[in-house]
Design a protein around this ligand. Sequence first.
Ligand code: F6P
Length: 357
Amino acid sequence: MARKIGMLTGGGDAPGLNAVIRGIVVNGIKSGYEVHGFIDGWAGVLNANAKKLTLDDVEDIHRQGGTIIGTSRTPIFPKAGKDNVDRSDEAVASLKKLDLHALIVIGGDDTQGEADRLFKDKRFPHVIGVPKTIDNDLKATDYTFGFNTAVEIGTQAMDRLHTTAWSHHRVMIVEIMGRHAGWMALEVGMAGGAHVILIPEVKFDMNEVYEVIKKRYEDGKGYTMIAVAEGIEETSESKETDAFGNVKLGGVCETLQERVQEWLVENMEKPYPEFKFEARSVRLGHLQRGGAPTAFDRILGTRLGVQAVELVKSETWGHMVSLQGTEIKAVKLEDAVGGYKIVPEGRYEEARRFLGL
Ligand code: F6P
């Protein structure tokens, strides 16, 4: 009888997930395994809700966004400050009931954290990780799939917002996803020609932002584009958190818009009463996670899926496939979790040279 591989996708979806699923199913079946997808992440494990996947099920899905097996932010181990229920016994019982040989866990820091704990507590150690997040903040991998697509979507949005901001001589504040790290805001800001880029890793003073706006008006440039990461400060009005204890972010662009608008009235409209000065804001939010993946993410996802099955074959348990340069390598799950890969100072400094111009 064929050995069974189970897989799940956890956390926020990311374009490229279906390419990973296809990679696992194709390489898994061609290598003689049965492949089962748990429905809605760890929730599917807890409910023993899995679907056997065939080659037909995954035909062409690498071109689609989302995940055909669904996702959720469901923990199996207790979380500090949250409901403290330990459901790992249920999860292990379900994995054993399905007689799985291996579990491939596709997700970001929270999801891989559960995988690492499962591996370490030895009740079901046959665990392999695949890194995923549009935020690109997972440690021990150079890039995560989904990031490239999200940056492309953000850049297209910036390009469109440039022309309307320019036509109306406005300050346009564009909020970009990225909870713990500013990778997306940095790259969207660079590619999309932002005049100000605000990310959590770099402290900023609003007076510097006002200086850029003022100088651009005085130089006759007439408009300013600001790219801001949603995570610059956890000022979400509701302090609502998800099941892993992450604060639900979003809305910092509106706060900034109000502040900039007040400053514009006070400092620009008074000296130049013949002009109207306006700030507007746009929150890109989940638009950045939706739709078809770029070619880069389709290929990266496919390679990660294929190599995850290779780790199952070589029984390299407790490891995650990872992009290092152009190669896919195995790293320990514990090296990827607990903490984030944030933007190094040097990367921001490269972008800083172009700000305000
Ligand atoms: O972690 C990926 C991410 O898209 C973050 O950038 C964002 O803060 C979060 O997920 C949003 O999560 P949700 O879809 O649960 O609102």
